[in-house]
Ligand binder design. Structure first.
Ligand code: SDX
Length: 468
């Protein structure tokens, strides 16, 4: 799949880019792009707001202008001309791949897309009752099981090497007699232990894990989509792109070129976004030298929170509850009255229009042309957007964010709402793994401080003497 096959979508994206260039600019914020000399002074609010955690060359979110850059490329250009595969390579390796590099990378993704062992284990879980994000997290840990040298036989200490440190201690294989737990030490025959792997072997292992997860998480989302409704997972089709396979494995139907392209653009838009909560969470875990699978698991866990992921699902319910454009004014007045957060609006960094919403909005309207319900919801969305932008936009810099239109796009393509955040994760895993690998090159375990405002010198009182 490439952009030439759907020129009408490229046209929409280039128009959105033109509008953005008319209404704002991509001039970077000087204080956020100049190289650092540590230690740095910065004003930090609660939740590390404003804190500088590291330097990066991977992506830049221009909050004041509403602009997004991946490795120096403008997000509008990447959506108009690139693919999720190219963008994942770019985030990980720093450059857009040559034809040969892209071919090799694609072959790697295809080889990692089938997850027979992992899916066999997934089928044993009651997915129809589980949160789709919990299922995704389990799936990534099953992938780790199948893949890491850390758990390979060769790397695992060999219990037969266990020597009795005293009469009661026995190797783990049989039930310990006497001892509450088996106490064992391993002989000093280091040759059985994994040899001290060098940094470049570890980073090669991390890169393989990154490829494995970028490819496999799409398969996991597809399988979860099918298993949760009692259907068997669909085997990926090597002829389809990553985006095409994601749709195919979720729905069991081959996507149209337009559906495949729109999914690809959405994956590009969600791939990286600065030091958001899930990226930061994955980096914190990686900074302890845990492995990429555990780190991505932390990212999935963070994205599960409604302040970070899932707003696109809430937006749909919000638009459905408004029902039609005529109800927007009253609904919005009530929301303001009750200080309810309007789902799909506001952002910790963007105090301008989220560039991702600039692309997804027109795509939602395009899909609405062929889908009556989507058309109705788009009309409600555009009316609500006008209300919010003309009030909170001016007063508090609250504008539509990526989630305001992404749910409309997905629902117009017949994708069930519980899969929206797993799809977000299946895209963001490219940004998570790229940033993990970049940070590990100059690793320093994350360890911020807290201000203690508790008591001192409290005398210990035995429990029998304590009063309520
Ligand atoms: C994502 O970090 C990332 O990059 C995240 C993300 C990514 O790609 O990883 O971009 C993805 O998380 C998008 C955001 C999706 N979430 C939502 O749409 C949920 C609704 N949005 C809000 O919860 C909120 O805007 C946040 C959490 C996204 C950001 O909130 P902040 O920066 O912490 O803002 P705040 O809560 O401190 O609010 C500041 C003021 C408050 O008013 P006052 O108390 O000053 O009077 O703005 C108001 C808030 O009440 N406000 C809103 C609002 N968001 C903020 N008022 C109404 N509706 C909203 N959506």
């Amino acid at each position: 799949m490439n952009h030439q096959s759907t020129p009408e979508i490229t046209e929409l994206i280039l128009k959105a880019a033109e509008k953005a260039r008319r209404e704002t600019s991509s001039t970077p914020e000087p204080e956020l792009v100049k190289p650092l000399t540590w230690p740095v002074q910065c004003t930090v609010g609660p939740g590390l707001e404003g804190a500088i955690s590291c330097e990066t060359k991977i992506g830049y979110v221009n909050g004041s202008k509403g602009w997004l850059i991946y490795r120096g490329y403008d997000i509008f250009d990447l959506c108009a001309y690139s693919t999720f595969e190219e963008v994942s390579y770019l985030l990980l390796h720093g450059n857009l791949p040559t034809g040969e590099q892209l071919d090799r990378f694609n072959k790697k993704l295809i080889s990692y897309r089938s997850l027979p062992k992992t899916l066999r284990k997934m089928i044993s879980f009651p997915l129809e009752e589980m949160s789709t994000m919990a299922a995704l997290r389990i799936g990534t840990m099953m992938m780790r099981q199948a893949q890491t040298f850390l758990d390979k036989e060769a790397a695992r200490p060999d219990p037969v090497d266990a020597t009795d440190t005293d009469a009661d201690s026995i190797p783990m294989e049989t039930k310990p007699l006497g001892e509450k737990r088996a106490i064992y030490e391993f002989k000093n025959n280091r040759k059985k232990r994994p040899k001290q792997v060098t940094a470049d072997i570890i980073s090669a292992q991390e890169l393989e894990s990154a490829y494995h997860l970028i490819s496999g998480m799409g398969t996991l989302v597809g399988a979860i989509s099918r298993l949760r409704v009692g259907k068997m997972p669909t085997e990926p089709d090597p002829e389809l792109s990553h985006a095409g396979n994601l749709l195919y494995m979720m729905t069991g139907k081959r996507p149209t070129p337009v559906e495949e392209r729109i999914m690809d653009v959405s994956l590009i838009l969600h791939a990286d976004h600065g030091m958001n909560a899930s990226t930061f969470a994955s980096m914190v875990v990686a900074s302890t030298l845990s492995d990429v699978y555990f780190s991505v698991g932390a990212g999935i866990a963070a994205l599960n929170g409604p302040l970070h992921g899932g707003a696109n699902e809430q937006v749909l319910y919000q638009l459905e509850s408004i029902g039609n454009p005529e109800n927007v004014k009253q609904w919005y007045a009530n929301a303001r009255e009750n200080k309810t957060k309007i789902m799909g609006f506001g952002h910790r960094v963007y105090k301008a229009y989220d560039p991702r919403a600039r692309v997804l909005g027109p795509l939602a309207e395009y899909l609405g042309q062929h889908n009556r319900n989507a058309k109705r919801l788009c009309k409600v969305a555009k009316t609500l957007e006008k209300e919010v932008v003309s009030s909170l936009g001016q007063s508090k810099g609250i504008f539509p964010n990526v989630d305001f239109f992404s749910g409309l796009v997905y629902s117009a393509m017949g994708i069930p709402a519980p899969l929206y955040t797993p799809m977000f994760a299946a895209s963001r895993v490219s940004g998570w793994t790229a940033r993990i690998m970049e940070y590990l090159k100059n690793n320093r375990i994350f360890r911020p401080r807290a201000i203690y405002t508790g008591d001192f010198d409290r005398p210990y009182v035995p429990v029998e003497k304590r009063k309520k």
